[in-house]
Design a protein around this ligand. Structure first.
Ligand code: NAD
Length: 512
């Protein structure tokens, strides 16, 4: 059974008191659309609940195709002005947004933690990472239009980059604030205007983000937020003719739907999708550090993390000892109220997601795997919400569903392997290819594994440490395209080649 963080700690009580202050306006006015620089009214609203108790605490606007149309019109009207705004000015505005995010970091972290169930200890950093995303892309804004010079004998060729136009951003519920900034910041730095459709299960901090951006000086219409259901508001956004591209983070199946929906209007798409990421532990690794990293990468952020190490592949000679240590550590992960700073594992986002995650406990048994720890709801739970124990499945093999399907919870599947060839085979035997983690002190082997694992990102002897200039994204069912550094601008911008003749090269004379 997982350890509990203490139910009534003074820090938790203090955080709950502060949270009430920040929540009051949402309880009263709800979570609203923000279109053309102002709150917009919606005809319908839906209930927003916290995973801490699944009780509705406010209403949110439920966007219709008409609401999306208004937002797309606003983004289209604002586009010419924002595109023409000098890069240096865009940089200043994005830095002002970063400053404002930092100034509001406590509010964002508390609201995010309450709305998603993610432990506050991680959400504090997520708010600050959101600010960092704005700062990083702010500094890139002045040179976003810079291209490449490719001269030929008769012509000077050079490319310029131009923002593609108004873009749609669709984000998931797991770390909504940080992920929203990860898409919106490069789009704005590139000179695009935005219509954002946040996830319906955790809409609160996205509505703070758009307000903060405007308070910091973003012109009206440059970023517009419409809340609501994916199948209605999200779909309308992907089909809207004024929207030139869709940056989407979410499930692979939703990515397929978006591709179909956007095909009529030839949308450019950028997809960050699911994962079933391996952490491969060889016997010669620094096993203490490998253990820390494997535990961190699956049980942090409630396991609701696309880059989580949801499969641990362990060399047979250390399998028993290493998996026993994993089980011991997993059992000690502190489960509790997400606003308690001591909590390491909070409640899962929604009863429907809870049902999905817990269904794998039966799947594991019928697959023939063992449950080394966890495998049940937390009892006693810190509150009536969606709490499950940190879970480790053992003695699994790659043919099992628990080794192939994205569970997206605090659930790790341990699989033994005999040698490097088998480790590589298992690592690649899934439909996904987002991230891979390799632990070994043999540098040649580390390089071979890093080159041959089919994933967009590999970390050797490390957990996931983000560095913003590097490309972020996945292969196979994990995504299309890369974000980060200049890669983001490849998506949000069009590259145009301009050729100038340097002399009187021969022009064919037809009809002469
Ligand atoms: P989801 O696909 O259910 O929803 C994501 C967003 O898409 C939501 O805003 C939703 O309303 C919208 N949506 C749903 N159907 C739509 C449609 N037909 N048209 C347009 N929009 C639609 O995903 P989720 O459950 O919110 O998030 C969890 C998933 O996100 C996991 O698979 C996880 O791996 C993935 N994820 C990936 C990354 C990454 O960087 N690769 C990061 C975080 C999360």
């Amino acid at each position: 059974m997982n350890e509990m963080s203490s139910a009534g700690s003074p820090e938790l009580q203090a955080n709950l008191a502060k949270l009430e202050g920040y929540l009051a306006r949402f309880r009263e006015d709800g979570v609203g659309h923000f279109i053309n620089g102002a709150r917009a009214e919606a005809a319908k609203r839906f209930d927003v609940a916290s995973p801490i108790d699944n009780q509705p605490f406010c209403k949110a606007d439920e966007g219709s195709a008409d609401d999306i149309d208004q937002a797309a019109q606003a983004a289209a009207e604002a586009f010419a002005g924002w595109k023409a705004t000098p890069g240096a000015e865009r940089r200043e505005i994005l830095h002002a947004i970063a400053d404002a995010v930092v100034a509001n970091a406590e509010e964002i972290a508390l609201l995010e933690s309450f709305d998603t169930g993610q432990p506050l200890r991680f959400m504090q950093k997520a708010a600050l990472r959101g600010a960092e995303n704005f700062r990083f892309f702010a500094d890139k804004a002045p040179e976003a239009n810079n291209g490449l010079s490719t001269p030929s004998d008769s012509q000077i060729n050079f490319t310029v980059r131009q923002p593609i136009g108004p873009v749609g951003v669709i984000t998931p519920w797991n770390t909504p604030f940080m992920l929203s900034t990860w898409k919106v910041a490069p789009a704005l730095a590139a000179g695009c205007t935005v219509v954002h459709k946040p996830a319906e299960w955790s809409p609160v901090t996205a509505s703070r983000l758009v307000e903060i951006m405007h308070e910091a000086g973003l012109p009206a219409g440059v970023c517009n937020t419409v809340h609501g259901m994916g199948e209605v508001a999200g779909k309308a956004l992907t089909e809207h003719p004024l929207i030139k591209a869709i940056a989407f983070v979410g499930e692979s199946a939703t990515g397929s739907a978006i591709m179909r929906q956007g095909s009529e209007t030839l949308k450019r798409v950028h997809f960050e999708l699911g994962g079933k990421n391996p952490v491969v532990v060889f016997a010669d690794a620094d096993l203490e550090r490998a253990l820390d990293a494997a535990v961190f990468m699956i049980y942090s952020l409630n396991g609701e993390r696309c880059t989580s190490s949801s499969r641990v592949l362990i060399e047979r000679s250390i399998y028993d000892e290493f998996s026993a240590k994993l089980a011991e550590r997993a059992a000690k992960v502190r489960l509790g109220h997400p606003l308690d700073p001591a909590t390491e594992l909070g409640p899962l986002i929604h009863p429907r997601h809870l049902e999905k995650v817990t269904s794998y406990f039966e799947v594991a048994k019928s697959d023939g795997a063992s449950i080394k720890t966890g495998g049940k709801m937390a009892a006693p739970a810190p509150s009536p919400g969606n709490y499950v124990e940190a879970t480790l499945f053992g003695d699994a093999n790659q043919s099992m569903r628990i080794a192939n399907e994205e569970i997206f919870g605090p659930v790790l599947t341990a699989i033994p392997f005999e040698d490097e060839a088998e480790a590589l085979h298992i690592a690649n035997a899934v439909p996904y290819g987002l991230a891979g983690y390799v632990w070994t002190n043999d540098s040649a082997r580390a390089l071979r594994m890093a080159q041959n694992i089919d994933a967009g990102m590999i970390w050797v002897n490390s957990e996931n440490v983000r560095h913003l200039p590097t490309p972020f994204g996945g292969m196979k069912a994990s995504g299309i395209g890369r974000d980060g550094g200049d890669y983001s601008f490849d998506f949000y911008m069009e590259t145009k080649n301009i050729a100038l003749a340097t002399g009187a090269h021969k022009v064919p004379k037809l009809g002469a």
